[in-house]
Design a protein around this ligand. Structure first.
Ligand code: ATP
Ligand code: MG
Length: 319
């Protein structure tokens, strides 16, 4: 699915005989960047819908959602990010306006506004789209409770949108909870994508998340499965990070990506410029890692992970 031409040239540092840890790191980064330059990905046009979820706060869900989306767009994919978190952080990072008077995912979920009416283009790329969230979404968890088909609202809107606006990937950024917003994401998606922060409590709460996925599979969306786990904020200097990474890999050998995202100042700075790290500093370690992770995700896309849409209908049972 993608081709990597290995460069046989010597790195500048080894050519000059410099051998320090920093020189080695820089040489490694530039070799990885060159490898990425020769990657070519092909996209089938059937939307893969991934929901980036973890009820733990601050593990890198939003950072992962926007950077994987931007990285996929940089390889030629058309990508829609749905910001399903009232904090609106994904909308901020994609440089998309999301003040209280902006038409947003709230209007889609509560007032059945078509998704096409709220989708905006990120200034970063014309193939990077965002359905923004505003502060109004904070009330949606409660307002949804009394709505008809409350768990299916996002799925219906998305199916309608995709039947008229084909994209390669939909990436949903979830809030840190397992409430009705996240349930809507689980009902709309076929793949769950869990970012795990490489720290001591990493696996705590994960069984609750896996239990929720099983419940959704049984009652609302049989297509849903855990497809991808990405280790984030990895600090290679600590033994703890290595131990956490090993433990997660031993539990989920088929889902954890080989790529790990390093803890990087550039990654955390980018949103304050309304940018992803791919646009903010494409040569940084964080940007390179996110692009490598995107290549893995695109290459892991087996045909059965692609969504089938039959003229806007879903196969899910309605309540
Ligand atoms: P929430 O649960 O509140 O939605 P989240 O899971 O979406 O949080 P993020 O907002 O993506 O997490 O990240 C939490 C914080 O960690 C942010 O300040 C972000 O900039 C920072 N961060 C994320 N990834 C990295 C990284 N690789 N290196 C450094 N900082 C990072
Ligand atoms: Mg977030």
């Amino acid at each position: 699915m993608f081709h990597v031409k290995q460069s046989e040239k010597q790195t500048p540092n080894s050519a000059f005989g410099v051998d320090t840890p920093l020189a080695r790191e820089l040489a490694d980064l530039s070799a990885r960047r060159r490898r990425l330059e020769s990657v070519e990905l092909q996209f089938a046009g059937d939307a893969r819908v991934l929901t980036v979820s973890n009820q733990k706060g601050g593990v890198g869900k939003t950072t992962t959602a926007v950077n994987i989306a931007s990285a996929l767009a940089s390889f030629g994919a058309k990508v829609l990010v749905i910001d399903l978190d009232p904090q609106g952080n994904a909308s901020t990072a994609l440089g998309v306006p999301h003040s209280a008077d902006t038409a947003s995912i709230y209007d889609v979920l509560i007032d059945e506004m078509p998704l096409a009416d709220i989708v905006q283009q990120s200034p970063e790329s014309e193939s990077l789209l965002c359905a923004p969230s505003t502060i109004h979404l904070a009330g949606a968890e409660i307002e949804l409770v009394s709505q008809v088909a409350r768990e299916h609202r996002l799925r219906r809107a998305l199916d309608q949108y995709l039947s008229e606006n084909p994209v390669d990937f939909v990436i949903i950024d979830c809030p840190p909870s397992l409430g009705l917003l996240t349930i809507n994401a689980f009902t709309a998606a076929s793949e769950v994508f869990i970012p795990i922060q490489c720290e001591y409590y990493a696996l705590e709460g994960l069984s609750q998340l896996l239990g929720s996925i099983q419940m959704i599979q049984k009652h609302l969306n049989p297509d849903l499965h855990l497809s991808t786990i990405l280790l984030t904020m990895y600090d290679g200097r600590t033994r703890l990070a290595q131990q956490v990474a090993d433990e997660v890999r031993s539990h989920f050998p088929n889902q954890v990506l080989d790529t790990v995202i390093p803890r990087s100042v550039r990654v955390s700075e980018a949103p304050s410029f309304g940018q992803t790290v791919i646009a903010y500093d494409g040569a940084s370690a964080g940007a390179i890692a996110y692009r490598e992770a995107a290549v893995e995700i695109a290459s892991n896309g087996a045909p059965d992970t692609h969504r089938t849409i039959a003229s806007g209908q879903t196969q899910s049972k309605e309540n």
